[in-house]
Design a protein around this ligand. Structure first.
Ligand code: NAG
Ligand code: NAG
Ligand code: NAG
Ligand code: CU
Length: 248
């Protein structure tokens, strides 16, 4: 075990600090995120409500399936469903606790959901247009970025609300930071997505129309407003990528 861990730990110190969601609070219940530097080394591997991610690094080729839930399609990691999910009432808040996020990595924070047609612990959305945006924050009019200024002010906790009128069912929450420090060219924007599995309860009867639904990969390309953006020189409003928010 030691001989396995030592090279691993020294490799980690070389990885530049980026981040991932380490903890999720729903009501008074804490759910651990998927912890990429420890979870895979436990036997048995801990069961998480978050789909596995390979580490704290970004996806920059936005045509890959990796941009959906941050799984690799090759090597030792791959996108796969998580074994469990959390149950939450429509209209509730989720609080997502990010690892310390580097100040240089300015950019927006965006949250999507997708309804599983059947058992979420088996469902892989592939390239289907199933994702609708439920929350977004970019740059405020006084120049504060969501992923750095606001997240730091909020103690690294990002909060969003599940639309109160959303029909019940099993949903994947796809939450991301897009870091823009190198986004003056494509590829350059760094996407840090992850996917949380939920059972949404309630008596809601609303669901977004197809106008709101996008695919990952697909929703973001080099031509999507806000993917190529010179965050250091451009003083105009930042156009958050993706469709309009659906709030129910
Ligand atoms: C976020 O999670 C970390 C690691 O579990 C914990 O130390 C920290 O207190 C949490 N932050 C908040 C604001 O709860
Ligand atoms: C940050 O905290 C403020 C005040 O609690 C809240 O209104 C805002 O929604 C939070 N922002 C994010 C992105 O979580
Ligand atoms: C600034 O960003 C906006 C929105 O992406 C874009 O339309 C505009 O061309 C950019 N301005 C410059 C000078 O690059
Ligand atoms: Cu980075």
């Amino acid at each position: 075990m030691l001989s396995l861990l030592l090279p691993l730990l020294s490799a980690i110190t070389l990885v530049k600090a980026h981040g991932y969601v380490q903890d999720i609070v729903i009501g008074s219940t804490h759910y651990s995120g998927y912890l990429p530097y420890t979870d895979p080394y436990y036997n048995p591997v801990p069961e998480r409500i978050v789909r596995q991610i390979p580490g704290n690094g970004p996806v920059t080729d936005l045509s890959l399936i990796d941009v959906q839930c941050n799984g690799y399609t090759d090597g030792n990691y791959y996108t796969a469903p998580a074994p469990i999910y959390a149950t939450v009432a429509a209209g509730s808040q989720l609080h997502l606790n990010w690892t310390t996020w580097p100040d240089s990595h300015i950019g927006p924070m965006i949250t999507y959901m997708a309804k599983a047609p059947s058992d979420i612990t088996q469902w892989m959305p592939g390239t289907s247009e199933v994702w609708f945006k439920v929350a977004e924050s970019g740059k405020t009019s006084d120049g504060k970025w969501a992923a750095t200024d606001i997240l730091t002010e909020n103690d690294s906790i990002y909060t969003f609300t599940i639309p109160a009128s959303l029909e019940p069912g099993q949903y994947i929450v796809r939450h991301e930071i897009i870091a823009l420090h190198a986004a003056y060219v494509y590829p350059g924007a760094q996407v840090y997505p992850s996917c949380i599995q939920l059972q949404v309860t309630g008596s809601g009867t609303s669901f977004p129309t197809s106008d709101y639904l996008v695919a990952f990969p697909g929703a973001y390309t080099a031509a999507t407003p806000g993917i190529v953006y010179d965050a250091y020189t451009n003083t105009s409003a930042y156009p958050i990528p993706g469709p309009e928010v659906w709030s129910g």
